[in-house]
Design a protein around this ligand. Structure first.
Ligand SMILES: C[S@@+](CC[C@H](N)C(=O)[O-])C[C@H]1O[C@@H](n2cnc3c(N)ncnc32)[C@H](O)[C@@H]1O
Length: 400
């Protein structure tokens, strides 16, 4: 199993394969009884990658290959974060993997791992530098959160940017569903399932995967039967499908998506759920001139994703402050374009899965300043917290 995790991590860290896709397509290769531990080591290592590197680099004084970097980092994760696995077993497994992958480094791996002691990590004195190492987050992001939300809020959310998340499922209200899973809200439940793609209820379209914040955004739209809804940035279709289910076979959802290969993901889910009230279009949401007006419009814009770092830890491996420079104007253009397709009295919801005022509140303030025919009814930030991702949503009403 650990060799499987090593290979999986190598693909994500070195070849930049998406972690969730890799897991979805390959976890079946791991014995069922080991899948939960394999998933924990896989996500835990990615979430804490720069911390793990910092720990082993305290004892390694020369550059190592990518293979040994991945192997040492996943071993440090296990030594420091997993209480139930004995250290000698972790070190022995690492040596076995080194023998297979780079035999000349097995002595080095053994020597480094035996020196690691979680009580003797030397952190830098500067607080931002220390938090940056502790949570594997860049200093610029910590400073930005500190400035935008205050030091207390920043510190409160940091542990929840690196947590192993449960799987939430939404049941299709068109079926009866009996379960002992913990009820969250509406048709949403918290489960201990993994490998959902092989689950018969999933294959039959009776359940879907959706995080709580994402489901809250759908509730925020205040969907009523027979409404027509436009979802401007729809793939992979999680929110569109939840909205279509809320319509109970009435009304209609039009899904817009820029990329053809992502539009196909929506089409697959429409089939799986046997929905007859959803259509899909491959289109740039910045030009919706061929579309009419809708009761509800959702702008779930592409964003930096800083609210979902636990679920999508790969974001941490690549994040740069410049990422926002192209995203912010794109988000605003999509919002403006979408606002032309809301019926008078209708609702426009702008949402992101990021914690960044420049992509959230600032966009809405600017929009309201420039559009006197809209008022902002409500905005909500859900910060990352225990077993929950972070999201932002703003509800705008067209008043004229
Ligand atoms: C945050 S994701 C949407 C998630 C989706 N609402 C869901 O719940 O499954 C943003 C999507 O917008 C798409 N996108 C990016 N630029 C776009 C544009 N100009 N027009 C339409 N879609 C766009 C991206 O390809 C991505 O699929």
């Amino acid at each position: 199993m650990r060799y499987w995790v090593y290979r999986a991590l190598y693909e994500v860290i070195v070849h930049q394969v998406y972690s969730n896709l890799y897991l979805k397509n390959n976890l079946y290769q791991v014995d069922c009884k080991d899948q939960a531990l394999a998933t924990n080591i896989f996500y835990g290592t990615i979430q804490n990658y720069s911390f793990c590197q910092y720990v082993w680099k305290q004892y390694a004084h020369y550059k190592v290959s990518d293979k040994i970097d991945v192997l040492l980092s996943m071993s440090v994760y296990q030594l420091i974060f997993l209480d139930k696995v004995p250290s000698y077993a972790i070190v022995n497994e690492a040596i076995e993997i080194a023998k297979k992958e780079e035999p000349r480094s097995k002595g080095f791996v053994n020597a480094i791992l035996r020196k690691i002691n979680k009580n003797k990590i030397n952190y830098p004195e500067n607080e931002f530098n220390r938090l940056s190492i502790q949570y594997s987050l860049p200093v610029w992001l910590l400073k930005m959160w500190d400035k935008q939300y205050g030091s207390m809020q920043m510190r409160n959310m940091l542990p929840y940017c690196n947590q192993i998340m449960p799987l939430y499922i939404r049941y299709n209200p068109n079926y009866t569903f009996e379960t002992t899973y913990e009820h969250i809200c509406g048709t949403l439940y918290k489960t201990n399932l993994n490998q959902i793609a092989n689950n018969q209820l999933y294959k039959d379209g009776k359940i879907s995967v959706q995080d709580e914040g994402s489901y809250q955004i759908c509730l925020f739209l205040d969907i009523k039967e027979n409404m027509n809804v436009l979802d401007c940035c729809a793939a992979p279709g999680t929110k569109s499908m939840a909205i279509a289910e809320m319509l109970h076979h009435s009304g209609h959802v039009d899904c817009i998506e820029l990329h053809e290969h992502r539009k196909e993901l929506i089409e697959k889910d429409i089939q799986r759920l046997s929905l007859n009230n959803v259509s899909c279009f491959c289109q740039d949401a910045r030009d919706l001139s061929s579309f009419l007006e809708y009761d509800r419009v959702l702008c779930d814009v592409p964003c930096s994703g800083y609210g979902v770092l636990s679920r999508k830890p790969d974001i941490k491996l690549k994040m740069k402050p410049e990422d926002m420079d192209t995203l912010i104007p794109l988000q605003y253009e999509i919002l403006e374009s979408a606002s032309k397709h809301v019926k008078k009295g209708g609702i426009l919801v702008y949402s992101t899965c990021t914690i960044n005022k420049k992509e959230n509140e600032k966009q809405i303030e600017k929009f309201i300043e420039n559009h006197s025919n809209y008022e902002c009814l409500e905005m909500k930030t859900i910060f990352p917290q225990k077993e929950k991702d972070g999201f932002y949503m703003a509800k705008l009403k067209r008043i004229d």
